[in-house]
Design a protein around this ligand. Structure first.
Ligand SMILES: *[C@@H]1O[C@H](CO)[C@@H](O)[C@H](O)[C@H]1NC(C)=O
Length: 424
């Protein structure tokens, strides 16, 4: 009797176990099928590339190589950009984004010691955007990158990573610079406590970003770049490909923050620009953004510039004769060393004078922080739709030290509702 009931108990336990296993298996296969539509997202492209059936959606999504990489093989019209919540696909942020890819890369100038700060930036860029697009990332340094830097960054970037060593002649004093004069300037600026005023490497950096990053061997492989610096933050989901936006709308330069430059660092920059404009009238665009840069039709510079630690731009434009003539002219005047010209005003003035104003874009939907300023788009619904986590009062756009209002004015754009409340 005791043996018999023990057997029943055993049967019941076994039956229960079998049922439990069955339930578990069917439930998890359910989870797999639920994943499929999101990740596999069944575009004609992924099917034809992999022949993947429904149940292979997951693998198809992970096989980056099965996705179209450039615009050559897909019709962009079949994959409209999801710019706002009513556009198809706006809420589809799972898996690899379908559609064309641009000939584009992220680019970062960094030192080995920046590895953990750039790691934070990469993580934000990947989480908010690139995990779905897998664009490449180029890292540039005036010293060779070490193994830790390469390992950590490669593990975080979903696209391919490339590491470039900057040639000496792009990171040194050009021969025409009078070393004594340059030294004297650094001493004077140090005495006046001008930020980075006494730094040589900061000057090499500004000159490099102004005239050489886009000509590095690795960068010659691309048409568009997105500059990322260590320790930045992105606060909103990016629902479409900004590179594609640039390309399809013929934009050449873009920004998220703008402000006034510290005049002590650029006292003669505008004189140098005027000299260039006089020598090269053919490079000055009709319908440019002079109104952003000057309040008196070009006589004086109002110091407004786009903050260049964030940029998405056209490398072809930077490599154009117009831009190279401009850089060469400024470089000959020596202000990178005899003053402390920043790449932000140098790029901004170039974009402002040599591009029609429609070719400069304000990426309102890319919410961004670089110490000490934040671009946090105005409007509660706008931010909720994009899952933003920035604090509205931190938004710099409409504060008196920002030039973004001026950009809106010269482009006849209407400021978003609620801007006044964020203006002080
Ligand atoms: C990408 O751009 C570079 C520079 O313009 C060009 O040499 C290269 O052929 C392009 N690649 C593709 C796939 O279009």
């Amino acid at each position: 009797m005791a043996a018999g009931s023990a057997r029943y108990v055993r049967y019941i336990l076994i039956a229960f176990f079998v049922l439990a296993v069955f339930y578990f298996v069917s439930d998890s296969s359910d989870a797999v099928t639920r994943l499929t539509p999101a990740t596999g997202n069944n575009g004609a492209d992924s099917k034809s590339a992999t022949g993947a059936g429904d149940h292979k959606g997951h693998e198809a999504a992970q096989a980056k190589t099965s996705k179209p990489k450039t615009s050559d093989n897909v019709d962009p019209k079949q994959f409209p950009l999801a710019m706002s919540p009513n556009d198809p696909g706006f809420n589809d942020l799972a898996g690899i984004a379908e559609g064309p890819r641009m000939n584009a890369t992220f680019v970062t100038l960094a030192r080995n010691g920046d590895v953990w700060e750039i790691a934070k930036s990469i993580r934000q860029v990947e989480d908010r955007f690139n995990r779905r697009y897998n664009y490449d990332w180029v890292f540039l340094n005036d010293k060779p990158f070490d193994e830790t830097f390469k390992k950590v960054t490669t593990s975080l970037v979903s696209g391919k990573t490339h590491y470039g060593l900057i040639p000496e002649e792009h990171w040194s004093f050009p021969p025409h610079i009078d070393q004594e004069k340059a030294k004297k300037v650094r001493e004077d600026m140090a005495a006046k406590k001008i930020i980075y005023g006494d730094s040589i490497s900061y000057r090499h950096m500004c000159r490099f970003e102004s005239g050489f990053f886009f000509r590095q061997k690795l960068m010659l492989n691309y048409d568009y770049y997105w500059r990322v610096e260590p320790s930045i933050k992105l606060f909103c989901d990016i629902h479409y490909d900004p590179f594609r936006f640039m390309h399809e709308n013929n934009k050449k330069y873009s920004f998220v923050l703008s402000l006034y430059e510290y005049i002590e660092t650029i006292p003669t920059l505008w004189d140098s620009v005027k000299k260039f404009a006089k020598n090269h009238p053919e490079h000055i665009a009709d319908g440019n953004s002079m109104g952003f840069l000057s309040d008196d039709g070009g006589d004086t510079y109002n110091k407004c510039h786009f903050w260049s630690n964030f940029e998405i731009g056209s490398l072809r434009w930077l490599r154009s004769k117009a831009y190279l003539d401009y850089f060469e002219s400024l470089d000959q005047d020596g202000g990178f060393f005899y003053e402390r010209w920043g790449d932000a005003p140098v790029h901004s003035i170039a974009a402002g004078l040599m591009l029609p104003k429609e070719q400069i874009h304000f990426f309102n939907d890319i919410a961004y922080f670089h110490v000490p300023f934040t671009h946090c788009p105005t409007g509660e619904k706008y931010k909720l739709d994009r899952k933003c986590h920035c604090e509205p009062k931190e938004n710099f756009d409409w504060k008196s030290y920002s030039c973004t209002s001026r950009y809106y004015e010269i482009n006849n754009l209407e400021k978003p509702e609620g801007w006044e409340a964020e203006s002080h």
